[in-house]
Design a protein around this ligand. Structure first.
Ligand SMILES: C[S@@+](CC[C@H](N)C(=O)[O-])C[C@H]1O[C@@H](n2cnc3c(N)ncnc32)[C@H](O)[C@@H]1O
Length: 221
């Protein structure tokens, strides 16, 4: 089960419902700053679920070495200037370890516990001893909302509580008159749940990179 369950709107969509053309027109919102501040200069980074390279590009520009992984060939085709690997995250097993394994975009909030464990095991497999796994997680359960600035609008609607603590919601992004909707199913993790899930994958919670706890650092236990 993917974080996203299906998507509508112009252009190609990935298996999780992410719209390639939406990510092409979405700028970074400071994610690379948070990551860069938490890691050493010129780090080797394995980025899992890189999409079109929205954050790959600024990380490369900051001097890091990024290997970009995604299961979507349409997304990966937009990533330039670095090594790309087309693979699901859970099946990825490279014969290399990295200073940093980065898995953002709330992929850790996949509702299925077994799938989440597979994702975290891939993170543990590829981080070097002493290196960092950097994760971006949901910091609250979903609620209907409209978030707007002069360029774009995000509508969170049809929020539904599901068994086992999961939630479904429909996210609609409107950018320059074009609209993409994605139905997501996610599970917010308490700190105890996060700690337990990390431990099951051989990882330890190292701390938070931001006061809101959205950005998590873990390392090999
Ligand atoms: C919401 S997009 C975000 C892309 C990028 N991280 C960003 O912030 O711009 C999520 C991406 O993760 C990829 N993805 C989701 N689950 C995956 C999995 N299990 N294995 C490989 N790729 C996955 C999707 O194909 C999609 O390109």
């Amino acid at each position: 089960m993917r974080v996203g369950q299906g998507g509508t709107g112009p252009g190609a969509h990935t298996r999780d419902g992410s719209a390639v053309e939406l990510y092409e027109v979405t700028p970074a919102h400071g994610e690379d700053e948070v990551i860069d501040a938490a890691i050493d200069p010129h780090s080797s980074i394995l980025e899992l679920g890189c999409g079109v390279g929205r954050i790959t590009r600024p990380l490369l520009a900051r001097g890091h070495h990024v290997v970009a992984v995604d299961e979507s060939p349409e997304m990966l085709a937009r990533v330039t200037g670095t090594e790309t690997i087309c693979s699901t995250i859970d099946e990825l097993r490279l014969d290399r370890r990295f200073d940093v394994v980065l898995m953002m975009s709330f992929l850790i909030n996949v509702a299925d516990d077994a799938e989440r464990l597979r994702l975290l095991r891939t993170c543990a497999h590829h981080v070097r001893p002493g290196g960092s796994v950097v994760l971006q997680q949901e910091i609250a359960r979903h609620a209907p909302a409209v978030l707007e600035d002069e360029h774009r609008k995000l509508v969170i609607a049809d929020v539904e509580d599901l068994p086992g603590g999961a939630q479904a919601a429909t996210l609609t992004h409107i950018v320059n008159g074009r609209s993409w909707s994605q139905r997501i199913v996610t599970r917010y993790l308490s700190e105890d749940e996060l700690t337990a899930q990390l431990a099951a994958a051989g990882l330890q919670l190292g701390g938070y990179l931001t006061p809101d706890r959205m950005w998590v650092r873990a390392h090999l236990s």
